[in-house]
Design a protein around this ligand. Sequence first.
Ligand SMILES: O=C(O)C(=O)C[C@]1(C(=O)O)C=C[C@@H](O)C=C1
Length: 96
Amino acid sequence: MPDETLNRYRQSIDNIDAALVFLLAERFKVTQAVGRHKAESGLPPADPGREEAQIARLRALAKSADLDPEFSEKFLRFIIDEVIRHHERMQGAGAA
Ligand SMILES: O=C(O)C(=O)C[C@]1(C(=O)O)C=C[C@@H](O)C=C1
């Protein structure tokens, strides 16, 4: 039996998931450019001071949005770690 209520919720979830994919795609486009700039300028892939500030900011935003700050930190950490791997690959490619 079709559950219209569940279907409506799922439609909204699908829209939100699509928005997340678009947002992540844009973020990775920018970080690819940052990675190129860092490789060309001899800057290190990771900037722990910047990460600390980003995490503190996101945790505060999460709290005000009633989202678990631990989750938001883990989520950002996961993304930044992937970005750092991309930066490292780019620097390795330039050195080869
Ligand atoms: O801002 C930078 O320097 C970046 O390379 C971007 C970014 C990020 O994904 O936000 C990634 C790695 C750095 O350690 C800090 C931040």
